[in-house]
Write a protein that binds this ligand. Sequence first.
Ligand SMILES: Nc1ncnc2c1ncn2[C@@H]1O[C@H](COP(=O)(O)OP(=O)(O)O)[C@@H](O)[C@H]1O
Ligand SMILES: [Mg+2]
Length: 425
Amino acid sequence: MSYPKEVGGHKLGKLIIEGKTKQVFDLPENPGLCLLLNKDRITAGDGVKAHDLEGKAAISNQTNAKVFEILQATGLKTSFVKQVSPTAFLSRKCEMIPIEWVTRRLATGSFLKRNPGVPEGFRFCPPKQETFFKDDANHDPQWSEEQIVCAKFKFNGLVIGQDEVDYMRKATILVFEILEKAWALRDCALIDMKIEFGVDTEGNIVLADVIDSDSWRLWPSGDKRLMVDKQVYRNLSTVTAADLETVKRNFNWVKEQLDHLKPTIHHKVVVFMGSPADQEHCQKIAKSARDLGLDVDLRVTSAHKATEETLRIMQQYEDTHGALVFIAVAGRSNGLGPVLSGNTSYPVINCPPPSDKMVQDIWSSLSVPSGLGCATVIYPDSAALMAAQIIGLQDYLVWARLRVKQLEMATSLRHADQKLRNLSV
Ligand SMILES: Nc1ncnc2c1ncn2[C@@H]1O[C@H](COP(=O)(O)OP(=O)(O)O)[C@@H](O)[C@H]1O
Ligand SMILES: [Mg+2]
């Protein structure tokens, strides 16, 4: 069998593995990466049903690239690097963990057979998470988490223990929730989804393999009859050329919809400081907020000394932004936050700068006249987080960044704990 020598300007090394729908090649000039080449092939039932489908490789490749670009924008660790040709992309080279991580929002398909008595459409809150061992010959048997831990998998030097399983379970649910919110923008219900993880050459667990129309059930308007995923193919008892065209048309539609899954809301966080002396504190707020993907402006204006100017600036922002949060930074007596809050219906967060007199000064932010609903926090990070939570109500990417940050924070605490335990023995 001969394989291509070069794809998308990348010299190919040996074939690492060939599966049902993809070939994975080494890149001699880039040992940490590999190239995944999609095939014009559609399969179902552990490969029992399989057809050539011209154009499928390109549609899958682009679908996958668009999905991973969304996930990368959230800060989640993935293996995806970039698309390099219509049918290929670069990925971090992984030793793959042979588990399919499945998440379900609604009960349907194989879940109903394995759980008699549960009606189709039963809603899981939080989403249901299941794991299957990748083993086509035995029809991918369902595995418990204990089975995964007891398998004592070791990939690229990393032993897959309980901590690693915890991470993958949480990341799996998070990936589902992010894509569920993304698809909701097009009124499509993500019903269930399958993903895989690998361990990269540095020993990190990363979301790997692909996410495309083979990976999920997707029901426009939440209506099963309108399904646009691979289930259409799975359901066919005989497969005609016209059937395959329908499947391809659906996959192509999904690929095109992915261009419209970016949040459309135009947001802004405006940090008002009462004096340029507060700049250092405000820069800390701005940095934390920008790390969460927020668009931040810093302004100097005093509600006490330049009231009209303050309100005029505020009104300019109100005129031009859909999702807007004001953060007021004022030392001593804080007139700034309460004055903004009394004159706008957008949220205002007071975050007074550090001072020896903080204990007395804080009351000017807390004890506000009736009719005012501003919040008060004292740490720059808290102000940024709260602003992100508010913007995240309308912008799923900001919401997702918060969730990814929480996931990564829990992981780094666990690593610190592991390190400490290893040191003390
Ligand atoms: N980044 C990666 N590094 C190494 N192998 C990968 C990577 N991403 C996916 N793979 C592996 O590539 C193989 C080929 O994919 P596929 O054709 O979907 O196989 P399968 O039929 O086993 O699902 C799979 O074994 C998959 O786990
Ligand atoms: Mg596969």
